[in-house]
Design a protein around this ligand. Structure first.
Ligand code: FAD
Ligand code: DHB
Length: 390
């Protein structure tokens, strides 16, 4: 097989890249390890920055998002059993849209297949090769047979556990990593959201988050131990803990309902530099992970591939390699800004096991500052809705 851009991974990064390239008249083939149904059902991110939503709209894949997405103009910080609203739109002029990542994935798969795009699901043993030269290829197994995809460049969009990053020799990459001493237990519950806006709660018992997916579906997260076994969290315990951590003194109540889905996610910061090695380009979670507290992972993946599609279009159309040569450094500026913001939100809101009273007092002072100072709230707000230029 031969194409212009070989894309490994059909997450938001790989699918959107394939779609944006098609809009530029550039061919690609997407290779995905899982089945279509699995990736369309996998519950993950839900918060789209305004720039992400606008890009999906401009690219012609925003129709369902416009109808079903929930546009929000603020978020709530909860601590000391009190509520503090951060009015994002008043502070920045921008909003955010809540729309499940798997819905974005569904919309992109449909758009690619309707346009005759090629996505091969359930491929096995994917191996990018010869990426240092100008004739790279991807070997893989598909339908029981060995296959080769020859291309001009390989886009490694295969997420944090993918194989593309390992195709870069260890001596040619630097890795920056930080693990957090907690994880998130995420649940999807069949009950109307109990708040109009996303709630980030810091409590003596740890962090909790109240979000939503629709007028009938609530998305909730609890800080838990790293590698927490799910068996330790029967539904009653989850609700008890959510009630305790999200509770306020002003009579707010959390509605409960059947839990449809639950899972534990490790929290880490990770960056590999550079994001390009020869003809291999690593985009999205394949190149970087941020802790989820700032709702940034998918937005970063989208920012990477928007720039990558532009850079590849310039190269194919005019032979100009400038944007492609600058791509990694341009992306990494945003990656590190977002890494700092996500770490700041995370450490402000979670309770680390070893924290002493001094640390707790500092955390409280930070929260009070954001709640009480417009300058501090504006800084949070502009990062949360997404910076245009970094
Ligand atoms: P992925 O979505 O991981 O896609 C990679 C794809 O590659 C997958 O489909 C995988 O099956 C495939 N693949 C892997 N290995 C191979 C292989 N060897 N060969 C072929 N295919 C392969 N981000 C936000 O922006 N906002 C949020 O609100 C938010 N909340 C989150 C909450 C949770 C609980 C979690 C877990 C994440 C959250 N994120 C959030 C992060 C976001 O989900 C990720 O950053 C996003 O999925 C990255 O997209 P991606 O396309 O780079 O990678
Ligand atoms: C959601 C996820 C996040 O990581 C976050 O910070 C806010 C909301 C969500 O899944 O809705």
């Amino acid at each position: 097989m031969r194409t212009q851009v070989g894309i490994v991974g059909a997450g938001p990064a790989g699918l959107l890249l394939s779609h944006l390239l098609w809009l530029e008249g550039i061919e690609s083939v997407v290779l995905e390890a899982r089945g279509r149904e699995y990736i369309e059902q996998r519950v993950r991110a839900g918060v789209l920055e305004q720039g992400t939503a606008e890009l999906l709209e401009r690219a012609g894949v925003g129709e369902r998002m416009r109808r079903q997405g929930m546009v929000h103009h603020g978020i709530e910080l909860r601590f000391g059993r009190r509520r503090h609203r951060v009015p994002l739109t008043d502070l920045t002029g921008k909003s955010l849209t809540i729309y499940g990542q798997q819905e974005v994935v569904k919309d992109l798969i449909r758009a690619r297949l309707d346009a005759g795009g090629q996505i091969l699901f359930e491929v096995d043993d994917v191996r990018p090769e010869a990426v240092e030269g100008d004739r790279p290829l991807v070997r893989f197994r598909y339908g029981g047979g060995e296959q080769e995809l020859h291309c001009d460049v390989v886009a490694g969009c295969d997420g944090f556990h993918g194989v593309c990053r390992d195709a870069v020799p260890a001596a040619a990459r630097s890795v920056y990593q930080h693990d957090y001493p907690y994880a998130w237990l995420g649940v999807l519950a069949q009950v109307a959201p109990s708040s109009d806006e996303i709630v980030y709660a810091s409590s003596e018992r740890g962090f909790a988050l109240h979000s939503m997916r629709s007028p009938q579906l609530t998305r909730l997260y609890l800080q838990v131990e790293p590698d927490e076994p799910l068996e330790r969290w029967p539904d009653e315990r989850i609700w008890e803990e959510l009630q305790a951590r999200l509770g306020t003194d002003d009579g707010w109540t959390l509605g409960e309902g059947p839990i449809l889905e639950k899972g534990v996610t490790a929290m880490r910061s990770f960056v590999v530099e550079p994001m390009r090695f020869g003809r291999l380009l690593l985009a999205g979670d394949a190149a970087h992970i941020v802790p989820p507290t700032g709702a940034k992972g998918m937005n970063l993946a989208v920012a990477d591939v928007r720039l990558l599609a532009e850079a590849l279009a310039a190269w194919y159309k005019t032979g100009d390699t400038g944007p492609l040569d600058a791509w990694s450094a341009t992306c990494l500026r945003r990656v590190w800004r977002v890494q700092d913001f996500s770490t700041w939100m995370t450490t402000m809101l979670h309770r680390a096991p070893g924290d002493d009273d001094f640390q707790r007092k500092l955390q409280r002072a930070r929260l009070e500052y954001v709640a009480g100072s417009e300058a501090a709230a504006r800084s949070l707000a502009e990062n949360y809705v997404g910076l245009e230029r970094v």
